[in-house]
Design a protein around this ligand. Structure first.
Ligand code: NAP
Length: 322
């Protein structure tokens, strides 16, 4: 069992964690990044990436993450693999413990553990992911230009995704399991006023229908939640927008989470309720959820951490001099 000590400990290795590492390393903080069970984060399960600035040609998500890892290592980051099972944020240095017993101590901690989209859990959904079934309209909507698409869900995300898809598709259907939406009123008004959107109430998806070969998704089999009647909706794209799970279980009770379980940060910063602990990327963002915004807030976390350490060390020096 080993103890790893650093000025800057980063938990999570998606675009947020690795951007924090690149900035932290270049500021001399010798970061350690602990990568979990999905090193590279959500982008490693994505194929084509067309919206990350700097690449005129389509790039692959896993390749982009390999580049970020290599860049972080190149500037002086240590990348380790572990599953953290215990945290102590009551005093600095903060302490994390891995499932094999290794201990990680950091003068500051950056939480970049991300979030995962929630899925309906159907076999046909799993089989057609990336072949017509997606959980991100901003990422994949562009591939459905001129085609028919459907969004499943009734919250802010579902309504925003449906409205976003009208930029590409002339025929957008929102499918919701109840007869009223939980999205904000203003979004609902925009949705209902849009001529390109149809809302199907009281419907649940029972199966994503595979057209075989290159066709991928061709239709949804629906069931009415009131009458039990089944129906079919022809569609080229199915966007599941039923919420996300931020990876914050480890931190529950150790710092403030918001009512949806995301790490609460002071707006405009990455400061959490524990001084010296910062959060960036999707674990603290339920609105934008993009690789580029995660990278942006990762940079913010490193800058916030560096300023925090400078101030803390200055204070310690002043106390020692008294
Ligand atoms: P959400 O508010 O939890 O809504 C999830 C929706 O999916 C609900 O309508 C729910 O139906 C439906 N749903 C859940 N499980 C389902 C299932 N198994 N089958 C069918 N439908 C299912 O999630 P969200 O829209 O992602 O929003 C999460 C949080 O982020 C919210 O606080 C939201 O306000 C916030 N947010 C804010 C913005 C913004 O401010 N611009 C944008 C996006 C999200 P029921 O209604 O029947 O439960």
């Amino acid at each position: 069992m080993t103890t790893h000590t650093t000025r800057m400990l980063i938990l999570g290795s998606g675009p947020a964690g690795l951007s924090a590492a690149i900035y932290g390393a270049r500021a001399g903080m010798k970061p350690i990044v602990i990568q979990g069970i999905q090193p590279g984060g959500q982008l490693t399960t994505t194929t084509d990436v067309e919206n990350y600035p700097g690449f005129a040609d389509v790039i692959q998500g896993p390749w982009l993450m390999e580049q970020m890892q290599a860049q972080a290592a190149q500037v002086g980051t240590t990348l380790l693999w572990d599953t953290i099972v215990e945290v102590d944020l009551t005093r600095r240095p903060f302490r994390l413990v891995g499932d094999g017993g290794d201990t990680y101590r950091g003068d500051v901690l950056v939480i970049a553990t991300g979030a995962q989209a929630r899925w309906l859990g159907l076999e046909s959904e799993e089989a057609l992911k990336g072949k017509g079934v997606s959980a991100c309209a901003t990422c994949d909507g562009f591939f459905y230009r001129g085609k028919k698409v459907a969004v499943i869900g009734g919250g802010n995300t579902a309504v925003e995704e449906a409205l976003y898809l009208t930029n590409h598709s002339p025929d957008v259907t929102l499918i919701h399991r109840r007869d009223s939406l939980r999205a904000e009123r203003i979004l609902q008004e925009r949705l209902f006023a849009h001529p390109g959107v149809t809302v199907l109430w009281n419907k649940e998806v029972r199966r994503f229908v595979d057209g075989g070969g290159k066709a991928g998704l061709v239709a949804l089999e629906l069931e009415d939640t009131v009458t039990g009647a089944t129906s079919r909706l022809d569609t080229d794209g199915g966007f599941v927008a039923i919420g996300h799970h931020p990876a914050t279980e480890l931190f529950r009770g150790h710092l403030d989470l918001d009512r949806d379980g995301y790490v609460a940060v002071t707006p405009g910063t990455t400061n959490t309720s524990v001084p010296g602990v910062f959060a960036c990327g999707d674990v603290a963002d339920k609105i934008y959820r993009q690789a580029v915004t995660a990278a942006g807030t990762g940079c913010m976390a490193a800058l916030d951490a560096e300023r925090f350490l400078q101030a803390a060390e200055f204070e310690e020096m002043a106390v020692a001099a008294e």
